[in-house]
Each structure stands twice: as structure tokens, then as C-alpha cells.
Ligand binder design. Structure first.
Ligand code: HPA
Length: 279
């Protein structure tokens, strides 16, 4: 094993030191909560918590609806790290900064990451309130999140992205959603760099690409998670149908309405799954 790859900065190590100086709690699973979804992990029994301002390299979220807190504690009996607020590329952060939650979680022991995200629904039949469990993604952000990453020996991480989204965890999520009565599909996530929404011509292009949903995050975390050997589950909730006028406020409102359902799906997956820790 050549060790873990990473970008040039040492912020993840520094942030891990800050966390370890205050708690010995080791999360097995990380959960990154998208726009307006902070409430999805309300059932978490808190052991320790940090504002992003306390964690070296973590920028403060600038977007309304993103709290910017790392909360550690058990969720459905599993040691978890909930990132309430994410670091977006569209805020001007570079890719290594966007990946900091995943990089930190891996150093603390997490072997799995659950990526939640607000999305626009592209595929026929998708509507506000629907859940799409990710089968794959397409990176339309214009740069690989691993740009500049190296193994300790200097080699770039040529990471295989086939089967990046864990099938077993996806099955558990679909089953959980069906049991809970949440409308659910499986599909591909297309990532744009944002912060503007898509033009009608871009929507047509994305539709023909096979994408089911579109959003402005996920990829900067999913690719590094794979580079770090973590399992990935993508829970993408539809806040709006593309092609209809959309605003950030509407996206937040729809997210807020779905937080309970997404939280229930996450808790169900955690209680039924296994193999969370990093190896
Ligand atoms: N497009 C891109 N990102 C989004 C959308 C959308 O329509 N809705 C929520 N996030």
C-alpha cells in the first residue's frame, strides 16, 4: 500500500488534529448534508461538534441554508460524522477545499460517505419531493477533483470510477425509501460548476447525456472519496423540475420539506448496512 493520496495542502491532517485534541470519537460513516438539509440528522446523539471556523482550511459557508458545522455522534447506533453544510466549488473554493469533509472523515476512520444533494429533475416523471439514488455521475465541472493529487511517492492517483456508487448501499436506500413511502428512482447525477442554473439548451444537452438529475456539488466529494478507498452512497432529492424558473429560496424550501424523509432513509440504511469503517 503506497499510503493515501492527497492534494498538496495539509489542511485535512491539521483539522484531524483539532478534532482528536478534543475527542477520541471515531466516525465510521460521514454524511454530507446539502442545501437546507441540516435537519436530516436531528436524531444524531451528539458527542462533539465543531464549527467550520475551528477547522483549519475549512472556509465558512457563504450560502444561506448552509450552517457549516461538523457534528460527531451516533446515528441509528453507528458512529457518524455529519457535515451540516458543504463546501461548494461555486463559492470560489478550489477542489481540494471542496473535498476537505471527505478527506477529514477518512483520516478520522470513516470508510463510507453518504452524499446528499438538492437537484433539478431532468428525467421524465421526476418531480419535487422525489428521491434519486445515484447509480453514477457525469462531471461537467471542467476539472477533475483530483487535479494535483499525488500518492506519497509522487504518482498521480489514476482512480477507477467504474462502480463508484455502492450497489449494496443503493439497494438499501431504495428499499428504505419504498418502505417509507418516498417516491424513489435510480439515476445519474450531472454536475455543473454553478452557481447559475442551466440554460434550456444545456438542459437538452444534459437530458441527451443520460443524466436524471443536475446539481452543483457531489462530484468534488465522490471522486476524492473513491481515491481514498471509501464507499459512496448518493441520495439526490429533487427540489425542482428543470426548464421551469427556479430560485435558491425555492430550492431551500423544497429541501427543508424533504429533510425528514431523507433523514429517515439515512437512519434506515445505517441500521441495516455493515462494513462502515475504513480499512
Ligand atoms: N440545477 C442545478 N442545481 C440545482 C438545481 C437545478 O435545477 N436544483 C437544485 N440544485
Amino acid at each position: 500500500m503506497p499510503g493515501l493520496p492527497g492534494p498538496r495542502d495539509s489542511f485535512a491532517d491539521q483539522a484531524a488534529e483539532v478534532v482528536r485534541s478534543q475527542t477520541a470519537f471515531a466516525p465510521a460513516v460521514a454524511i454530507i448534508l446539502g442545501s437546507g438539509l441540516g435537519g436530516a440528522t436531528e436524531g444524531l446523539v451528539e458527542e462533539a461538534s465543531f464549527s467550520f471556523a475551528e477547522l483549519p482550511g475549512f472556509p465558512r459557508p457563504t450560502v444561506p441554508g448552509h450552517a457549516g458545522r461538523l457534528v460527531l455522534g451516533k446515528l441509528a447506533g453507528i458512529p457518524a460524522a455529519a457535515f451540516r453544510g458543504r463546501i461548494h466549488f461555486y463559492e470560489g473554493n478550489d477542489m481540494p477545499a471542496c473535498a476537505l469533509p471527505v478527506r477529514l472523515a477518512r483520516l478520522l476512520g470513516a470508510g463510507t460517505v453518504i452524499l446528499t444533494a438538492a437537484t433539478g429533475g431532468i428525467a421524465e416523471g421526476l418531480d419535487t419531493g422525489h428521491l434519486v439514488v445515484g447509480t453514477d455521475h457525469i462531471n461537467f465541472m471542467g476539472v477533475s477533483p483530483l487535479h494535483g493529487w499525488r500518492y506519497p511517492d509522487g504518482t498521480p492517483p489514476f482512480v477507477d470510477m467504474v462502480g463508484a456508487y455502492d450497489e449494496k448501499l443503493s439497494d438499501l436506500a431504495v428499499e428504505a425509501a419504498e418502505r417509507l413511502g418516498v417516491p424513489v428512482e435510480r439515476g445519474v447525477y450531472a454536475a455543473t460548476s454553478g452557481p447559475n442554473y442551466e440554460t434550456p439548451a444545456e438542459i437538452e444537452f444534459l437530458r441527451s447525456s443520460g443524466a436524471a438529475v443536475v446539481g452543483m456539488s457531489v462530484v468534488p466529494e465522490a471522486v476524492p472519496a473513491r481515491a481514498l478507498g471509501m464507499r459512496v452512497l448518493g441520495l439526490f432529492f429533487v427540489t425542482n423540475k428543470v426548464g421551469v424558473e427556479v430560485s435558491h429560496e425555492e430550492v431551500l424550501k423544497a429541501s427543508d420539506a424533504m429533510a425528514g424523509a431523507i433523514g429517515a432513509v439515512i437512519a434506515d440504511v445505517l441500521s441495516k448496512g455493515a462494513g462502515w469503517t475504513a480499512t
